[in-house]
Design a protein around this ligand. Structure first.
Ligand code: FES
Ligand code: FES
Length: 168
């Protein structure tokens, strides 16, 4: 059994009780994914699985055999920061930074959902592609908490850094 993490195949843990979050942080030395509540309430542990956002604290690593997982360490690269990462800096989208990896992974997954026409709880028109208003973005990012209260900067950063994806 193996998982592909940031493009590299790694063995699944022998202990089927290990969460994906603990595999990343403790087994693979990828501490960018953060542990906040460890019970699905804060979003700090968000990673992407085949482009979809999930909470890695609620996922068992062995469930993801053969799947492709992207953590904050796999976003951006040799060419430099991902545009969303640059926008977080530009718009003061963080203070302590603890929630930031989860916010960035979640926003990328959220943009993929919007592109597929997935509605949110505040989407008014369910017959077409949702318009990514500020209210839509706030609702769609409401699972990612920021205890520093940087939410306004976070939304500004997402609107700027993912402008192309959100307009599609
Ligand atoms: Fe996973 Fe809080 S650590 S949701
Ligand atoms: Fe500190 Fe969000 S920047 S928790």
């Amino acid at each position: 059994m193996s998982l592909v993490i940031n493009g590299k195949a790694v063995s699944a843990p022998a202990d089927a009780r290990v969460s994906l979050l603990d595999l990343l942080r403790e087994g693979l030395d990828l501490p960018g994914t953060k542990k906040g509540c460890n019970q699905g309430a804060c979003g700090a542990c968000t990673v992407l699985v085949d482009g979809e956002r999930i909470l890695s604290c609620l996922a068992l690593a062995v469930q993801y055999d053969g799947r492709s997982i992207t953590t904050i360490e796999g976003i951006g690269g040799d060419a430099g920061l991902h545009p969303l990462q640059a926008a977080f800096i530009e718009h003061d989208g963080f203070q302590c930074g603890y929630c930031t990896p989860g916010q960035i992974c979640s926003a990328i997954g959220m943009a993929n959902e919007a592109k597929r026409g997935v509605p949110s709880n505040v989407t008014v028109d369910l017959t077409g592609d949702p318009t990514m208003t500020r209210e839509e973005l706030q609702e769609r990012m409401s699972g990612n908490l920021c205890r520093c209260g940087a939410h306004n900067g976070i939304i500004d950063a997402i609107r700027d850094g993912l402008a192309t994806e959100l307009a599609a």
